[in-house]
Design a protein around this ligand. Structure first.
Ligand code: NCD
Length: 304
């Protein structure tokens, strides 16, 4: 395998291996401290990021490698009109692997066709975010010990939320999964995900606007931010942004082993009062994101 553009570029066996390497890294970090010596990761971020970019960079440093890159399109020759393909061809002369985030859906795919080094999609527009999904899967594995037989509530901006699209694709390959899709009507899951993933694979799902009513049946509650940067109209964003705010009282009917997730950054979707609830897993997701990206870098660079 050369690039990871979509979570389905990884088989379930690949994912199992990545999780097992990540768990070994957690247990024995010193064994990995020099694995990527003399290797360089380039982080090409044409869109804002805190966790994804810094976790990739921390991951590479913890493997003993080095990092180059830029954190905004206006710091690169994209500002002069350079194409993604030319940028990537250029960076391939300096780096061994690239993690790329771009506002245009499909840009990392185009990048992967312009080079022979591995490209990792670190988020493309409102489309996909496979490495967030790997962080989510490692979190689910560590909290629940399984990917089967889970009722997963996805709440918030299911239309533009790329982490949701990748997570649905990933979980659709396990048995006994049911999705509860909780969003305002305007921010429902796009038809292409609904038709090509849920309906095609006959996966049970429920569409609702009601978070409270769904709460008791959920094993996982995945909250998401309303994706302001993808809206055409600020008025629509303002009207929809606070559709769901998770507060401690709303969790009264939830299972005692509910796993509350959020890819972060949060704006208002989860009140800070929920942070001390033992079921809150979103900062664990952040840390898991670093470990699983370490495992992914090792795999794509072919390091034993
Ligand atoms: C997400 C993203 O960029 O899609 N953040 C992340 O990578 N952890 C979610 C978001 O921005 O809302």
């Amino acid at each position: 395998m050369s690039s990871v553009i979509d979570i389905l570029d990884l088989s379930t066996k690949d994912i199992e291996e990545l999780i097992s390497v990540a768990c070994d890294i957690i247990a024995n970090p010193d064994n990995y401290a020099e694995k990527c010596k003399r290797k360089k990761l380039a982080t090409l971020f044409f869109e804002p990021s805190t966790r994804t970019r810094l976790s990739f960079e921390a991951a590479m440093y913890e493997l003993g490698g080095n990092v180059i890159g830029f954190s905004a399109a206006n710091n690169s020759s994209a500002a002069k009109g350079e194409s993604v393909s030319d940028t990537v061809r250029t960076v391939s002369c300096y780096a061994d692997i690239i993690a790329m985030r771009h506002p245009k859906e499909g840009a990392p795919m185009v990048a992967s066709m312009a080079t022979d080094i591995p490209i990792i999609n670190a988020g493309d527009g409102g489309h996909n975010h496979p490495t967030q999904t790997l962080a989510d899967l490692l979190t689910i594995y560590r909290e629940k010990g399984r990917f089967n037989d889970l009722t997963v509530g996805l709440c918030g901006d299911l239309k533009f939320g790329r982490t949701v699209h990748s997570l649905i694709n990933a979980l659709s390959r396990y048995s006994g999964i049911k999705f509860v899709l909780i969003s305002p009507d305007e921010l429902r899951l796009p038809d292409y995900v609904m038709n090509n993933v849920l309906i095609k694979n006959e996966i049970p799902y429920e569409v609702t606007t009601d978070l409270l009513k769904s709460m008791p049946e959920l094993d996982i509650l995945y909250m998401t931010r309303v994706q302001r940067e993808r809206f055409f109209n600020e008025q629509d964003y303002i009207r929809l942004k606070d559709s769901y705010i998770l507060t401690p009282d709303k969790l009264e009917t939830a299972k005692s082993d509910l796993c509350i997730m959020h890819p972060l950054p949060r704006v208002n979707e989860i009140s800070v009062a929920v942070d001390k609830d033992p079921r809150a897993c979103y900062f664990k997701q952040v840390l898991n994101g670093k470990y699983i990206r370490m495992a992914l870098i090792l795999k794509l660079l072919g390091v034993e």
